[in-house]
Design a protein around this ligand. Structure first.
Ligand code: PLP
Length: 463
């Protein structure tokens, strides 16, 4: 399998070449030249597989430059009941005859990002070892991504992580999760400022090409193709759990921000998984809902990005969205480039109609909706859900077709968002075993001014 850019650069690259890369050189995102198609016999064979072996089968269709035995060993090491809590890895919780939550957040940091990041950690260690290289990952986080990256990379050979976060602005639980890590290759840097200050520093360091090369700076952001590929697997796993035969269709509702999660659903559908609808659920930051309703994509500025009670979906532009638009526009890289180098764009009426053929519909929710949905789910099913999953469930209930099973992707556990659970239910959210008292553990963090040179000096001294 070879990979091309969404912006017209026709150079073909192998999986191992793009694994450690961010954007393509022309500013586009990488996608496979064509989606491998899964026929009925293959689907039937996959139905009985354990999650790790299903992951191996799907990854094998996209990765031809890692020996099969090595790849199988990697998926079996990553997707275990020890790390993800159950043999199913992404178990279903039924809320009715035709609607279930698919649990994606039983990994070490209690959010779905572990599903991909754990695999990425193993792939990075493998590839760097094979090349005899090292990598220093620099990132900025306001919560879920940073902790998922740190738990995936902790103790990995050849990798250091430098993670910037806004000092004092993450939830106490999120701070405890990251800062309690004592691994020598994990460096927490709390910046005196807000998330944007952290992100600006990451950009400034990455734009210093000499520093970047000399210190082998890399990233693990959500546009990484390997992350998206890892997420394709659980759409198949959810489908097999929800159905008895491959004649049936299933729909998915996906709480969305950067469009990475639901883009993996799009890839699964393009491969031939019988998906009826892909429902994109947003919060008040509804740039994606607006697009699917109107055909106009209008990214917003920081000033117009609301801080909400589902903070991991508070985005102003959806960094993975370009991949879907590339497919929607018949893979016309020139037009994609034109659209994504403009401040905003609008589809033609015909193109807007084409969206239906890809199964996409959308909806949005508000803080009041989340609270009401958390209460309703608790009252009717005795299940406590987190605010992001609540965004999904609210929209799913609106878009549900009684003839088609709906799977709502659970993207985080409520334990991460105690304040909102308190507001909705007046209870402490349940915490997985082993995480009681995590806030009292010793913290390993360096507090620094929002100063690019100071961060560079810190990295230089620690690699
Ligand atoms: C990252 C995240 C999302 C958004 O996922 P995207 O892939 O960015 O669309 C939703 N919910 C939670 C809990 C997250 O951490």
């Amino acid at each position: 399998m070879k990979y091309i850019s969404t912006r017209g650069d026709q150079a073909e690259r192998g999986f191992s070449d793009i694994l450690l890369e961010g954007l393509a050189p022309d500013g586009g995102l990488y996608l496979p030249k064509a989606y491998p198609k899964v026929d009925a016999a293959t689907l039937a064979r996959w139905r009985g597989l354990a999650y790790a072996d299903l992951a191996f089968e799907i990854l094998s269709l996209y990765i031809d430059d890692i020996p099969a035995d090595d790849l199988r060993a990697i998926t079996r090491k990553v997707y275990t009941a020890e790390v993800f809590g159950t043999e199913a890895i992404t178990p279903l919780t039924w809320l009715g005859e035709h609607i279930a939550l698919q649990g994606l957040s039983n990994g070490p940091t209690l959010a779905f990002k572990d599903m991909a990041m754990q695999l990425l950690g193993a792939l990075f260690e493998y590839e760097l070892g094979r090349r005899g290289e090292t990598l220093n990952i620099l990132g900025a986080t306001s919560g879920d991504t940073g902790s998922a990256a740190e738990y995936a990379m902790r103790g990995k050979k050849g990798v250091n992580v430098f993670m910037l976060s806004p000092d004092g602005r993450m939830s106490p639980f999120q701070q405890a999760q990251m800062f309690s890590l004592q691994d020598a290759n994990i460096h927490n840097i709390a910046i005196e400022g807000v998330f944007d200050d952290c992100q600006d520093i990451v950009k400034a360091v990455s734009n210093d090409l000499a520093f970047k090369r000399e210190h082998r700076i890399g990233t693990v952001n959500s546009i990484n193709w390997a992350r998206l590929l890892a997420q394709v697997v659980y759409y198949f796993a959810g489908y097999f759990q929800a159905t008895k035969s491959n004649e049936e269709k299933v729909s998915f509702t996906v709480p969305s921000g950067n469009f990475g999660n639901v883009c993996a659903g799009h890839v699964a559908r393009m491969m031939g998984l019988p998906i009826a609808k892909l429902v994109v659920a947003t919060n008040e930051n509804d740039v994606l809902d607006e697009f699917f309703r109107t055909g106009a994509y209008r990214p917003r500025g920081t000033a117009d990005t609301h801080e909400t009670s589902s903070p991991s979906m508070d985005i102003s532009k959806a960094s993975n969205f370009e991949r879907f638009v590339f497919d929607l526009l018949g893979r016309d890289g020139g037009r994609v480039k034109q659209h994504f180098t403009s401040p905003a764009f609008e589809l033609t009426a015909g193109e807007h109609m084409d969206i239906a053929g890809f199964g996409f519909v959308s909806g949005r929710s508000t803080h009041a909706d989340r609270i009401a949905t958390i209460r309703r789910c608790h009252a009717e099913h005795g299940v406590v859900i987190d605010p992001h999953t609540a965004d999904g469930l609210k929209v799913a209930l609106e878009k549900c077709d009684p003839a088609v099973t709906m799977l709502v992707l659970e993207t985080a556990l409520p334990a991460k968002f105690a304040a909102t659970i308190h507001e909705a239910l007046d209870i402490e959210p349940p915490r997985p075993a082993g995480l009681e008292g995590i806030e009292q553990l010793p913290k390993r963090v360096k507090v620094m001014r929002a100063d690019v040179e100071a961060v560079k000096a810190y990295i230089h001294a620690h690699v």
